[in-house]
Design a protein around this ligand. Structure first.
Ligand code: GLP
Length: 234
């Protein structure tokens, strides 16, 4: 794993952008994208760049079950607001959280992933080491599925909702098996509350207890961290 330490999230966005840009110059056509606060500075760099994404495809990691795309708390909405409205892609895919039929929604998404092999996958990380919404215990060979969110994830996501009761309890998430098929992976983590997860990801055993530790088995992973998130690394 390649670790890049940066001063702050601003610089992290610039470093990540340089990796995305280089990959596009090398022919990348499909970006795997993530939500959460960590990728926002990267998306700001992308929107203020002169790169044209209109020939590219994006595939997002996850979406809350039960939220329509136009719901302000949905990941669809987040992606439109931070990236797609300013830099449209040819096709942008996010799991369909409005589809109550989990079997159909997840199968359809696996087909999308299969048809659009991901060149570069952007990841954030949860405090418990989750990637996408693959919580601890998720199978490393998993495909897209409906997942229940842990209490710690619900609590962490409460900041985006008016009331904890409004945080959805389920999501459709790309599986770790699909994430691992991306040719390159760039994981972004900032702040002290990510330090344990980053240490477990990089220095800990490869175990389903820390979903991101699966990345130790991937040949091309870059982790961009600030001092605080890196503070527990060996
Ligand atoms: C959510 C998302 C993850 C994201 C995580 C961390 O759980 N499903 O994809 O990595 O939040 O978010 P943040 O970057 O805001 O800390």
């Amino acid at each position: 794993m390649n670790i890049i330490k940066v001063k702050d999230q601003q610089m992290g966005g610039k470093e990540a952008f340089n990796l995305v840009k280089a990959d596009i110059e090398n022919g990348a056509k499909v970006l795997g994208l993530a939500t959460g606060s960590s990728p926002i500075t990267l998306y700001n760099e992308m929107t203020s760049s002169d790169i044209d994404f209109s020939n590219m495809t994006s595939v997002n990691l996850d979406e809350y079950v039960g939220l329509e795309a136009d719901n302000e708390q949905s990941y669809h909405y987040f992606m439109n607001e931070h990236l797609f409205s300013k830099k449209p892609f040819k096709n942008s895919y996010v799991p369909d959280g409005s589809n109550p039929d989990a079997e159909a929604a997840t199968k359809a998404y696996d087909k999308i992933i299969e048809d659009n092999p991901i060149d570069l996958q952007i990841l954030g990380i949860g405090r418990n080491g989750h990637i996408g919404f693959n919580e601890p215990g998720s199978p490393f060979d998993g495909k897209t599925r409906k997942v229940g969110l842990t209490e710690s994830t619900i609590e962490a996501n409460t900041r985006f909702f008016d009331d904890e009761k409004d945080v959805p309890r389920f999501a459709y998430s790309m599986g770790i098996g699909s994430i691992m098929k991306a040719k390159k992976i760039v994981l972004l983590a900032y702040g002290e509350n990510k330090a344990d997860a980053i240490a477990a990801t990089v220095d800990g055993p490869v175990t389903e207890d820390c979903p991101a530790s699966a990345l130790q088995n991937h040949p091309d992973v870059t982790i961009i961290v600030d001092e605080a998130a890196a503070s527990k690394l060996k």
